[in-house]
Design a protein around this ligand. Structure first.
Ligand code: SAM
Ligand code: SF4
Ligand code: SF4
Length: 393
């Protein structure tokens, strides 16, 4: 195992020139930056719109999933962010408002474990008041490990949350406990899912990260369990995010094989994508006539490793301390916190909007598309990739 990593080793790109107080254009950005406000849809160098903002509200978690926050690294000595480094709810909302002005329609709260952030409902209330450039409410969702969901579902719904995605890597307690590495039982997550359904936080998605040799025998039991319940189960290929999970290609079970295994147990038919830039390929459970039966529902596969979806990637990520990341596999983020803390006036908002626009316009990221042609090893040292728990999934 490598020496202990700390998030402070991540590279940061200053957005504001401290000497002049001006906004230098990030490398690669075009010379003209739109002035806001006004309805706009900002696109990057590959013509990809900015539609989806993922906000990490904490870098802490009560699980130690081996593929995300392995215990050996995220131990009691790990340097989590101090509270003063975290964006406040007001700062998050101010930044989110400018993203929305650039075309964002969907916000996903994540982490770490987002439900560990105190009084998260207050943030949801603020975000739910924002409107898209077309005047519509935002689609506000949250990804959670489900451990606190049973307790919080009703309050989250009342605050304005529309849907939740719950992570669950198996139905067998021994397998799940091995994966979360904190002895957390399956039954409590299932209870959280039931509470979320009852509170109206549906349609609920359940994410299962598939690790060959660890939980791949849970694929069919998981599908059987959620078939016909209204819950959409999605199988995610184990990804080489971050620098600490010891990722190996031979532990990835390609989605094509997940579908093969499912089809051997239950007939499936391919469904159309429901939205542009959707990460999951959808498959519907079929009836005896071989047609999709909506009563039985659907499953999805997210082939982040074997089938890159960078061409449609419309997602930006805001870290817990206000760094903007353009890709899950980035090793550097743009410092929006300095900007948001430096000037709280209307002109500060305009500077923020300008920075977000020019950074997105300069975006070239497409890591998964290039993965096969890149060196095998994850970058280390200063160019170390950020951890998923820091920027969110
Ligand atoms: N703690 C919350 C949870 O687990 O749902 C939210 C944050 S977690 C980083 C977001 C999603 O990323 C989860 O569904 C998790 O399973 C997924 N994830 C984390 N590490 C991954 C990896 N190496 N490969 C694929 N998915 C991963
Ligand atoms: Fe925590 Fe989610 Fe990462 Fe698991 S995947 S360690 S629950 S942040
Ligand atoms: Fe988007 Fe980066 Fe993932 Fe490609 S690798 S889909 S650009 S986050």
């Amino acid at each position: 195992m490598e020496p202990m990593t700390h998030r402070s080793s991540y590279r940061t790109i200053p957005v504001l020139d401290q000497r002049t107080g001006t906004l230098p254009l990030p490398h690669g950005a075009g010379p003209s930056v739109q002035s806001l406000p006004g309805p706009t849809q900002t696109t990057d160098t590959l013509g990809r719109p900015l539609r989806d903002l993922r906000i990490s509200v904490t870098d802490r978690c009560n699980f130690r999933c081996s593929y995300c926050m392995p215990k050996e690294v995220f131990d009691k000595d790990y340097a989590y962010l101090p509270h003063s480094a975290l964006l406040s709810f007001e700062e998050i909302t101010r930044i989110a408002r400018q993203f929305v002005a650039h075309g964002v329609q969907k916000i996903r709260l994540t982490g770490g474990e987002p439900l560990l952030r105190k009084n998260l409902e207050a943030l949801i209330v603020q975000l739910a008041a924002l409107r898209t450039t077309d005047g519509a409410p935002l689609d506000i969702t949250l990804t959670t490990n489900g451990s606190l969901l049973a307790r919080k579902a009703v309050a989250l719904k009342a605050a304005g949350l529309q849907r939740v995605t719950v992570s669950l890597d198996g139905l067998d307690d021994a397998v799940f406990k091995k994966m979360n590495d904190v002895e957390f039982p399956v039954s409590d997550v299932l209870e959280g899912i039931r509470a979320a359904q009852a509170a109206g936080l549906g349609p609920i998605k359940v994410n299962m990260v598939v690790k060959r040799g660890t939980n791949d025998h849970e694929i069919v039991p998981m599908a059987r369990h959620f078939q016909g319940t209204g819950v959409v189960l999605r199988f995610i290929e184990y990804m080489d995010v971050g620098a600490t999970n010891g990722w190996r290609m031979d532990e990835v079970l390609p989605s094509a094989q997940v579908i093969e295994r499912l089809q051997a147990a239950m007939p499936l038919v391919a469904l159309e994508a429901s939205a542009p830039g959707e990460t999951a390929q959808r498959w519907g459970y079929a009836n005896a006539q071989g047609q999709h039966d909506p009563q039985l529902g659907e499953v999805g596969v997210i082939s982040s490793v074997t089938q890159a979806f960078c061409a449609d990637c419309n997602r930006a990520r805001l870290s817990t301390e206000g760094q903007l990341y353009l890709c899950l596999f980035a090793s550097q983020g743009y410092d929006l916190r300095t900007l948001v803390r430096g000037d709280t006036s209307h002109s500060g908002d305009a500077a923020l909007a300008q920075a977000i626009g020019s950074i997105w316009q300069g975006r070239t990221d497409r890591y998964s598309l290039l993965r096969a042609s890149l060196p095998n090893e994850a970058p280390s040292g200063k160019a170390r990739r950020v951890e998923m728990s820091y920027i969110g999934g």
